[in-house]
Design a binder for this molecule. Structure first.
Ligand SMILES: [Zn+2]
Length: 338
C-alpha cells in the first residue's frame, strides 16, 4: 500500500483495508499486491468471510436481515480442477459431475441447508421467473432441471436455498424484509435489457404481496463498465430502454453507497468506448435504475464494486478467460424456524 494512498484515506481506514487485503491475499496468493477494487472505499461493499472452511462474499446490508442467509462463492474452497478450479457450479462446460456435486455439498454446509433442498436452474438468458415450492426441492442441483428457460426464482418457503450463477453476468438477490419472501435472478445484458430486475419485483408483488418499498436488493459481482465493451446495436438497446434517466441517476447519486464507490463523478450507464463504434456498458447502474423504476428505494440497493473481469483469480470471468471458465454461485434462503 503506498503512503500517499494511506494518507488520503486516513490511518484507521487504511488499517481496516490492509487487514482485509491481507486476508484476501492469504486466500488468493496470486492476488498479492493488487487492490481488490478500482476505487478506494471507506467501508467494504462486500465482506469476505470464511464459512465452514470456504471463502464467501456477503453483502453487509443483507447480512443484517436476520431471517435470511446468503453467500456468493469465489473460485476458492472447492474441488474442481483446471479451468474449473476450484469452486465451480457450471455443469454444461465439461467439469466432472462428482466435483460439482462436492462443491454444492460444501456450499450446502455453509448455507446450513440440505444438499437436496437447494434449487437452481439451467440459465438461458431469458426473463422467465419461476415460483419455487416445497415440491421443487433439488431441482437442477440434486435432481435434473425440470424447468425450461428459467432465469429467475422466487420463494417464501423457509429452508430452500435458491441459486443463480455468474461469470460476468449480474446476479441479483431480492429480500422482502416485511413479507419474508426472497428471489434470485441471473441478469446478463439480455436479461437486463429485458428488465429482469423490474420483472422480479412485479412477480414478488403478485406472488407474495411484496411492497417494493420493503425490498432490499443486492447487485452481485459481475463485469464492470470499464471491462464491458459492447457494439452499437447493444448500446442502442440500452439507450432506448433507459430513455431519459436523469431523475434516476440523480437518485443514485444521492445514495451513500454511490458516493462511496464513485469518487470521480457520475458516469452514464452507456459511455463512448475506447474506439469508434464501441460503447462501455454499466450493467450495475442499469439494474440500479431499473430497480428504482420498479419502486425499490435507491438506498435499499446494495451494489458490488467487485468486477469479475478485473479479478479472474477471485471469480470466474467469461471475458477474461475467453470462455474457458466455470461459474460461481449466489445462494439465498429463508431460515427455518424464524
Ligand atoms: Zn472490470
Amino acid at each position: 500500500m503506498d503512503e500517499a494512498w494511506t494518507e488520503e484515506i486516513g490511518k484507521e481506514d487504511a488499517g481496516e483495508l490492509m487487514e482485509r487485503e491481507l486476508q484476501i491475499w492469504s486466500l488468493f496468493p496470486e492476488m498479492r499486491g493488487q487492490k481488490l477494487s478500482r476505487d478506494v472505499r471507506l467501508e467494504p461493499v462486500l465482506d469476505l468471510e470464511l464459512c465452514e472452511g470456504i471463502p464467501v462474499l456477503r453483502f453487509p446490508g443483507l447480512s443484517q436481515c436476520d431471517f435470511i442467509e446468503h453467500l456468493i462463492t469465489t473460485r476458492a474452497g472447492g474441488v474442481s480442477t483446471g479451468m474449473f478450479s476450484t469452486m465451480n457450479f457450471t455443469r454444461s462446460l465439461g467439469d466432472d459431475p462428482e466435483n460439482v456435486k462436492e462443491n454444492y455439498r460444501r456450499v450446502a454446509k455453509a448455507m446450513h441447508c440440505r444438499y437436496g433442498d437447494m434449487v437452481g436452474t439451467r440459465q438461458t438468458h431469458t426473463t422467465n421467473i419461476r415460483r419455487v415450492t416445497a415440491k421443487d426441492k433439488g431441482n437442477g442441483i440434486a435432481l435434473r432441471d425440470a424447468y425450461h428457460d428459467v432465469d429467475g426464482l422466487v420463494t417464501n418457503v423457509p429452508g430452500i436455498a435458491l441459486a443463480c450463477y455468474g461469470a460476468d453476468c449480474v446476479p441479483l438477490l431480492f429480500v422482502d424484509t416485511w413479507g419474508h419472501a426472497i428471489g434470485v435472478a441471473h441478469s446478463g445484458w439480455r436479461g437486463t435489457a429485458g428488465n429482469m430486475a423490474g420483472k422480479m419485483v412485479r412477480r414478488m408483488e403478485e406472488e407474495f404481496g411484496t411492497d417494493p418499498a420493503d425490498l432490499r436488493v443486492a447487485i452481485g459481482p459481475s463485469i464492470c463498465q470499464s471491462c464491458y465493451e459492447v457494439d452499437q446495436n447493444v448500446a442502442d438497446v440500452f439507450l432506448e430502454l433507459l430513455g431519459d434517466c436523469r431523475e434516476e441517476l440523480e437518485a443514485v447519486r444521492r445514495t451513500r453507497r454511490y458516493r462511496m464507490m464513485r469518487e470521480n463523478g457520475l458516469r452514464k450507464p452507456v459511455e463512448p468506448g475506447k474506439e469508434a463504434g464501441k460503447y462501455q456498458l454499466d450493467l450495475w447502474l442499469v439494474n440500479w435504475i431499473l430497480l428504482i423504476r420498479a419502486g425499490v428505494s435507491p438506498e435499499q440497493v446494495e451494489v458490488t464494486d467487485l468486477c469479475t473481469c478485473h479479478n479472474p483469480g477471485i471469480l470466474f470471468s467469461h471475458r477474461a478467460s475467453k470462455g474457458k471458465r466455470g461459474g460461481f454461485g449466489a445462494f439465498l434462503k429463508i431460515r427455518e424456524g424464524v
